[in-house]
Design a protein around this ligand. Structure first.
Ligand code: PLP
Length: 358
């Protein structure tokens, strides 16, 4: 079976096999990682190794903290303004889809100012606004955007070049390719796509941004407090942290790093988009330069074929191809753990279905 789920997504098979081996007895300790104290030397070693491997994979500069938090990417929609706009103020937002909209809504809900500095709404979120068309508010403290809109399949093809700190929701594309972390003030991502199981959220934050927080910020929301406590202000999601560490090891040793991962991901996406573009039954509306390599939404020319398409795909072992409930159609998520063979199987199935039913 191949799993094209948008999240929680497929995990690399070697990682799951390793977890199974270690499930009851982690390296002869007689305990599962799930049963260890987060303060024990064994778990602290697991946690530190995971952070070191992530830092190496993304070449995270020294002046950034890496936080292993809970609450999902959604909690960052609130935590970012609470930490960066603590003294009050406004943030710039780029609006390119549903997740970016939610980030705006949460900031507004807390009473902060929201300025939309660029939007793809008029065109139905099919093309990211160009750098030259961004209209930043002078008094805004940072610019927030969503590198890859998971539902729409719309991805930035550039990193905005602005004078304020950049804050980016990288939930669905972190670790899919190399990234110049030094361009950003804050990067965050829910783990359940390319990082590990749900329940863990990664935050990378530049040191100089740790002192802008609200006075009444809850301890668990406070980047500085979390950084000082090694992400252990309270009990962290230990098992998810361990599995993320295993994923980082897989990326380093089995794949060979993020350049190698990016090459595989580029091939997977290119072959699926080529198949869609060549067909008379399937289509994808996104501007070519902004097509997501991670999430490939497509519709069938005749909606009545949706149900049989999904049923037959499932029978063929191709799982979770249904599009998000808010947009319908299909979506194939091609995260790191989805092998090239899965994409080849999907393309063959789509061609066969089109020939029989299209
Ligand atoms: N941002 C993006 C880009 C996402 O894809 C998702 C979830 O799919 C979220 C935020 C919300 O993540 P979470 O469920 O971890 O809160």
């Amino acid at each position: 079976h191949y799993n094209f789920c948008a999240g929680p997504a497929a995990l690399p098979t070697p990682v799951l096999e390793r977890a199974r081996e270690e499930l009851l007895d982690y390296q002869g300790r007689g305990l599962s990682v799930m049963e260890m104290s987060h303060r024990s030397p064994e778990f602290v070693a697991i946690a530190e190794q995971a952070e070191a491997d992530l830092r190496e994979l993304l070449a995270v500069p020294e002046n950034y903290k890496v936080l292993f938090l809970q609450g999902g990417a959604s909690l960052q929609f609130s935590m970012v303004p609470m930490n960066l706009l603590g003294k009050g103020g406004t943030a710039n937002f780029l609006y390119t889809g549903i997740w970016g909209k939610k980030a705006q809504t949460e900031a507004k809900q807390l009473g902060f100012g929201v300025h939309v500095a660029g939007s793809s709404e008029a065109g139905g979120h099919t093309e990211v606004p160009a750098q030259a068309d961004l209209t930043l508010s002078e008094d805004a403290a940072y610019l927030h955007y969503t590198a890859n809109e998971t539902i729409g399949g719309l991805a930035f093809d550039y990193i905005p070049d602005v004078d304020v700190p950049l804050v980016c929701d990288y939930s669905s594309s972190l670790l899919a390719e190399p990234l110049d972390v030094s361009r950003f003030g804050v990067i965050y991502a829910g783990a359940q796509k390319n990082i590990g199981p749900a329940g863990l959220t990664l935050v990378l934050v530049r040191d100089d941004l740790l002192d802008r927080r609200c006075e009444r910020i809850p301890g668990l929301f406070d980047y500085r407090a979390m950084a000082e406590a090694g992400s252990m202000v309270n009990t962290p999601p230990t098992y998810a942290w361990y599995l993320a560490g295993r994923v980082f090891q897989w990326l380093k040793h089995d794949i060979g790093g993020l350049e190698a991962m990016a090459a595989i991901n580029a091939r997977k996406a290119a072959s699926l988009y080529a198949a869609i573009d060549a067909s008379g039954l399937y289509s994808n509306p996104i501007a070519v330069r902004n097509r997501s390599r991670m999430n490939v939404p497509f519709v069938l020319a005749d909606e009545r074929l949706d149900k049989p398409f999904l049923a037959e795909a499932e029978e063929a072992g191709l799982l979770n191809l249904k599009g998000h409930r808010s947009v319908g159609g299909m979506r194939a998520s091609l995260y790191n753990a989805v092998p090239e063979a899965a994409v080849e199987a999907l393309i063959a199935f789509m061609a066969d279905f089109e020939q029989r039913r299209g």
